[in-house]
Design a protein around this ligand. Structure first.
Ligand code: DX5
Ligand code: ZN
Length: 221
């Protein structure tokens, strides 16, 4: 399967977000990871639907929204209207996960579920069997902030998730988010991730073109 590199704009310069995304797109990036934080589910606050809607006309990249909010259902219609393509919601925030994923599908977006480091994936069995699950995002740090260190146990979790998916013939993709850099990106891909979020590593020294190129070369993309 093709590897997708998903730069997280959490590490971008918010005063020139469109420029930053265009620099990434021109360098060959096809998907942008949008971290929406509400100050409740996590301590940090980022941006919402309005910002994403303003950004949409400036790029053709896939918009991959990661919702770190306590009430994801309230945002779904707005996100669809803003041109978001993929939405991942935290298992820990969703009391009615089946309903939330159904709503995402009805709105024409791909739905996925994010798991905090301590959350197991086995309870996703029923949404996976009903074809509502297009992606599972394994958090390899506690969510909320960029620049944290990768939690080593994430590697075995990715591998176990891949085995569970393949054994059961589910068809979701595996994304990993948090602390990924040049030293561990090959490890997470070897374990089974095909979609890798890169925040601080992609924006390092604000040399996005150079960083994209370096990851492409490292991975033979
Ligand atoms: C953290 C966010 C990540 C963040 C990753 O809660 O979900 O997407 O931007 O940043 P790095 O790659 O610096 O850990
Ligand atoms: Zn994220």
């Amino acid at each position: 399967m093709d590897i997708i590199l998903s730069p997280s704009v959490l590490s971008a310069d918010f005063s020139c977000l469109a420029d930053d995304v265009q620099r990434l797109e021109k360098s060959g990036i096809k998907q942008i990871h949008l971290d929406i934080m509400d100050g409740h589910f996590v301590d940090n606050i980022t941006f919402g639907v309005g910002t994403i809607k303003s950004l949409r006309p400036h790029t053709k990249t896939v918009f991959d929204a990661h919702l770190m909010v306590t009430k994801p259902d309230n945002l779904l219609e707005g996100l669809a209207d803003a041109g978001v393509n993929v939405v991942t919601v935290h298992k820990e925030a969703c009391l009615h996960l089946y309903h939330t994923l159904e709503t995402i599908k009805k709105l024409g977006m791909d739905g996925g579920v994010v798991l905090n480091p301590a959350t197991d994936f086995k309870s996703l069995k029923y949404v996976a069997e009903d074809g509502l699950l297009k992606k599972v995002l394994i958090m390899s740090v506690e969510p909320g902030f960029g620049g944290q260190a990768y939690l080593p146990m994430s590697t075995q979790k990715i591998a176990a998730l891949k085995k569970w998916r393949d054994d059961n013939n589910y068809d979701f993709s595996i994304q990993v988010d948090g602390g990924i850099n040049v030293d561990n990106i090959k490890t997470v891909i070897e374990a089974g991730a095909t979609d890798v979020v890169l925040g601080s590593a992609m924006f390092k020294n604000r040399e996005m073109e150079k960083n994209v190129q370096m990851f492409f070369e490292l991975l033979g993309l």
